[in-house]
Structures are given as structure tokens and as C-alpha cells.
Design a protein around this ligand. Structure first.
Ligand code: GUN
Length: 303
């Protein structure tokens, strides 16, 4: 069994991003060389104080700074009106000094997440959640911003030497953020997997997951995937980040994935840990999308 080190692979991606950001800042972007001194700039929009969102956005800001990129946090109270939020997105869309915009999910219930995501200019949609970028992904258009978590999964597999072509992939979860785009990316030409998507209403989930050469667990239920649901030698990618009570910890909780790691790991050829697997890759791919958005904004060839 090989443990996939998401932190180490994320560092490889971030080193590449840092170089591209430095080239942009120096006006020597990787392409035609006429880009003049632009620092990639991401704006993170957070509504309310959900503790997980606070911690994710802080991490994204920290990593952006480490890559030599600028970031701004736009903070709204939990009860912000739809009109006020959309008006701010319009202003950010129109601001040429902003290259990437991310609205942290989940949003409070009175806001329509789809409407809010769709208000972001597709050119600045570094999350890849707008209808246009989702459509581009379905059409396999080069240059679509792929959602960061699924793009990170594909990158983890590629850089770990896991072949996906012709393999049976089972994705558990059908969210816009992970399940659906993960299925699309692994199905696309180049990845060439045979993909099945399962969800909370799937009958006999274990019978389906046992068929998987590569199992992607993205349901958000602690340790749902047990050893009997995994084929011997499978590759298991655990996307879950679940807080469970743990009185032995000072914080009173700890993070576990959607996979019962201790029981499942001995059966696997490769497995990602939680934390330290998919999580760091999500942030790294967000940085990669942001530097690409900045390159395109200044016309760097090939971005
Ligand atoms: N919430 C959980 N994951 C994500 C993500 O990748 N992007 C955004 N915007 N919100 C999230």
C-alpha cells in the first residue's frame, strides 16, 4: 500500500505556480513576453462565519501569499441581501485589477448558490462553477477552469503514476463541487476511465463500489466506505473532511474522511489520507487557476 502524499504533490504544483506568478510580475510571462508587471490577484468572498469556511479561506489567502500572489477577503454578514452580494460581484467582475473571484460555499439558505456562482464572470471563475465553465468541461474545451477539488484528484493520480485509461472509476457523490466534475474529468479523453456515479439513493452501494479500480469518496459522511466495500488492490481517493467529536483532543474534535482509513488502507494499492491528501491539492489547483486567469487577462500565449 502506498500512501499518496497530497502535501508533497501540492508543493510541486505550487512551485510551478510560483514561477508563473513571478514571470508575470516581472513582465516575462511564459508566452510571448509582452506582459508587463502584473501580480495575480484573487478575491475571496465569504458570507458569515462558518468555522470551516473561515479556516479554508484563511488557508487560501496564506498559500496565495506564499506563491507571490495578491489576495483580498471580502466579508459579508450572514444576513447580507442577494442584491448587495450580486452588486459586489458585478463590481469585482468589472475591476481589471481582479483576476480571480471565489465565493466560498456553503452560502446561507436565503441565497441561491447557483445564481450567485453564475454571476461571476467566466473569465474570473477560478472555481469553475459557472454554467459556462461547467459546459466547457462537458464539451472538453481546452482552457476551461476545472473545479479545484476534482482537478486536484486527477493531478494526484497522474503524479502518483496511477493509470486511469480503461479503468473502472466509481465516484460516490454527485455535488457540483466534487462528484459531477470529478466524473467528467475522469471520463474525458486523455483520462479515458469508465465512470459510474453513485449517490445517497444508490441501491446496494457496496456492490457498485466493489467493482471500482479507482474509488473516489465524496459524500461527506464520516467513514461511510468500509473495508467490505473496497476491492483488493483498489486506488482510494478520500475527499471527505468531516469533523467528529474527540474528547481526547484539546479542540474537542478531529477530522476524518469518508473512508474508514484504518480498515480500508491495507486492501489498497494507493490511498489518500485525511488530512494531507486531497485537501492541499484543492488549494494548489485554485492557485493554478488564478495564475492562469491572470496570464489570460494579460494575453500570455498558451495560458
Ligand atoms: N466549499 C467547499 N469546497 C469549495 C470549493 O472548492 N470552492 C468554494 N468556493 N467553496 C467550497
Amino acid at each position: 500500500m502506498t500512501l499518496i502524499d497530497g502535501n508533497a504533490i501540492a508543493q510541486e504544483v505550487l512551485a510551478e505556480v510560483k514561477q508563473r506568478a513571478a514571470a508575470l510580475a516581472a513582465g516575462t510571462g511564459a508566452g510571448d513576453g509582452d506582459a508587463a508587471g502584473v501580480v495575480p490577484h484573487a478575491v475571496f468572498v465569504r458570507v458569515g462565519d462558518d468555522p470551516a469556511s473561515v479556516s479554508y479561506v484563511a488557508k487560501k489567502q496564506r498559500v496565495a501569499a506564499e506563491c507571490g500572489m495578491r489576495s483580498t477577503l471580502v466579508l459579508f454578514p450572514e444576513n447580507v441581501s442577494r442584491d448587495e452580494l450580486l452588486a459586489r460581484l458585478d463590481a469585482l467582475n468589472a475591476d481589471p485589477a481582479v483576476h480571480g473571484i471565489l465565493v466560498q460555499a456553503p452560502l446561507p439558505r436565503h441565497l441561491d448558490e447557483t445564481e450567485v456562482f453564475n454571476r461571476i464572470s467566466p473569465a474570473k471563475d477560478v472555481d469553475g462553477f459557472t454554467s459556462l465553465n461547467v459546459g466547457r468541461l462537458v464539451q472538453e474545451q481546452p482552457g476551461a477552469f476545472a473545479p479545484c477539488t476534482p482537478a486536484g484528484i486527477v493531478e494526484l493520480l497522474r503524479r502518483s503514476g496511477v493509470v486511469t485509461a480503461g479503468k473502472r472509476v466509481v465516484v460516490v457523490g454527485r455535488s457540483l463541487i466534487v462528484g459531477k466534475p470529478a466524473a467528467l474529468l475522469l471520463l474525458a479523453r486523455g483520462a479515458d476511465a469508465t465512470v459510474t456515479v453513485c449517490h445517497s439513493r444508490t441501491a446496494d452501494l457496496g456492490a457498485v463500489t466493489r467493482e471500482a479500480d479507482i474509488l473516489v469518496a465524496a459524500i461527506g459522511k464520516p467513514r461511510l466506505i468500509t473495508a467490505d466495500m473496497v476491492k483488493e488492490g483498489a486506488v482510494v481517493i478520500d475527499v471527505g473532511i468531516n469533523r467528529v467529536p474527540d474528547p481526547s483532543r484539546k479542540s474537542g474534535h478531529r477530522l476524518v474522511g469518508d473512508v474508514d482509513f484504518d480498515a480500508v488502507a491495507p486492501k489498497c494499492s494507493f490511498i489518500t489520507p485525511v488530512p494531507g491528501g486531497v485537501g492541499p491539492m484543492t488549494v494548489a489547483m485554485l492557485m493554478r487557476n488564478t495564475v492562469a486567469a491572470a496570464e489570460r487577462a494579460v494575453g500570455v500565449f498558451g495560458a
